[in-house]
Design a protein around this ligand. Structure first.
Ligand code: SR1
Ligand code: MG
Length: 401
């Protein structure tokens, strides 16, 4: 079938034509529930049995902007293949793909709708005691086994080719690493923070550090990244986590994924400023977020290093001292990428609800200033980061200013 964007009814007809998903004659309902920046997402459900699937279809443009921003539908292939690979390494943490249709740029997958988007949960003040363990394992397994450490060199290079994702990478290159740091038309920020934003545009040492991080993003094909691992790409409950939406997947620097997770915890940390909480409650939740930042890194690194010792196929990996120097660089990358991911969400095109939902402009500006200061401090201070508490110390110091 030639590409066209499906209606709710057409999505139902489509899944009825797939064997093994629903019983013959099932009465299916369909709702388009996509609220992300790019795609159509249909929830298809058999009301009688409660069984449901998700049909996700890429639109040939960026939904967040409209048809004036054309965008390859090949991202649907990238996403479904990345989901399949990630599911192989962490089946409990990734939705199962049932079917992919290249022409329609459409994936039928497990519905994890009993989970909530983590960003929403954090805004509501929920705590997720297993999150750090789950996301640490997700990143360690998927990044290790797709890297030169955990895969055969031929397989790795084949995958680099499969996951060339130039258009989506270009979005990241522009929206995370370029536009926010100059007066670009894509930027969208609170006018009250213009002085702080202009100070960033004029901060040459900061821009040099961001340029270095961008250069590594452009050139360092370390592992198959999720590529957009923010808290809106994580479905969660108290006991379960599913990482979704890897349409930005490509081979890049591992610290970019870890930094994305940490950045989004810290964006929520900054956003606490605008919530109707008393000081004690706010401080306690911020402490929880900082502990989670530390735990995310610690869980990731202990799992990753364990895999390194037990599973690394690359012989040079076992040369004395290599894993320590690798980890030392990785936590510094992580801090730097976290900083960039924070700055882009405050200054650039796509904001986050953790900040945007603060109604009062002044209060929002205060939260945004804190986020900018944290982002900047992580980028310029990353050279002295050696463990996770160095990251949270930076955040604490900036908050206390
Ligand atoms: C035009 S897409 C804007 C942003 O949404 C995605 O979640 C990525 O983060 C991208 O940069
Ligand atoms: Mg997404």
């Amino acid at each position: 079938m030639a590409y066209r964007a499906l209606t709710e009814q057409e999505a139902v007809e489509y899944v009825k034509g797939l064997p093994g998903l629903f019983t013959e004659g099932a009465e299916l309902t369909s709702h388009e529930i996509g609220d992300g920046n790019l795609n159509l997402v249909f929830d298809i459900r058999d009301q009688a049995t409660g069984k449901s699937v998700i049909v996700k279809q890429a639109l040939p443009f960026a939904r967040v902007v409209g048809e004036s921003w054309p965008l390859t539908i090949d991202r649907a292939r990238i996403e479904s293949e990345a989901l399949r690979i990630q599911h192989k390494y962490v089946p409990d943490l990734v939705p199962e793909v049932y079917h992919f249709d290249q022409e329609l740029a459409l994936t039928v997958m497990e519905n994890v709708g009993d989970h909530v988007i983590m960003r929403k949960g954090l805004i509501e003040g929920k705590r997720y005691p297993l999150f750090a363990k789950q996301i640490g394992r997700f990143m360690a397994q998927t990044l290790f086994y797709t890297s030169d450490l955990g895969s055969h060199p031929f397989e790795k290079k084949t995958l680099v080719g499969t996951f060339l994702n130039p258009e989506l990478c270009k979005i990241t290159e522009d929206l995370v690493f370029t536009d926010p740091y100059e007066n670009a038309p894509t930027n969208h920020f609170n006018p009250l923070i213009r002085p702080e934003v202009e100070a960033i545009w004029n901060n040459k040492p900061l821009k040099l550090e961001i340029a270095k991080l961008k250069y590594d993003f452009l050139t360092r094909a370390e592992a198959l990244l999720h590529g957009d691992l923010h808290t809106g790409s994580i479905f969660i409950t108290e006991t379960s986590l599913k990482a979704i939406d890897p349409e930005f997947a490509y081979y890049g620097p591992i610290g970019f994924d870890i930094g994305a997770v940490i950045a989004n915890l810290l964006l929520n940390y900054a956003g606490q400023h605008g919530l109707q909480k008393d000081q004690g409650e706010r401080d306690a939740y911020r402490e929880y977020l900082l502990e989670t930042v530390e735990d995310v890194w610690n869980e990731f690194v202990s799992h990753f290093v364990q895999l390194w010792h037990k599973q690394a196929k690359e012989r040079s990996a076992h040369v004395e001292g290599l894993w320590q120097s690798y980890v030392e660089r990785l936590i510094q990358d992580t801090a730097g990428y976290a900083g960039c991911k924070i700055l882009r969400r405050v200054i650039g095109l796509a904001g986050v609800a953790d900040l945007n939902a603060i109604e009062d402009d002044q209060t929002r500006a205060e939260a945004e200033r804190l986020a900018l200061a944290i982002g900047e401090a992580l980028i310029v201070g990353r050279g002295s980061v050696g463990e996770s508490t160095d990251i949270t110390d930076i955040v604490r110091t900036v908050t206390a200013r």
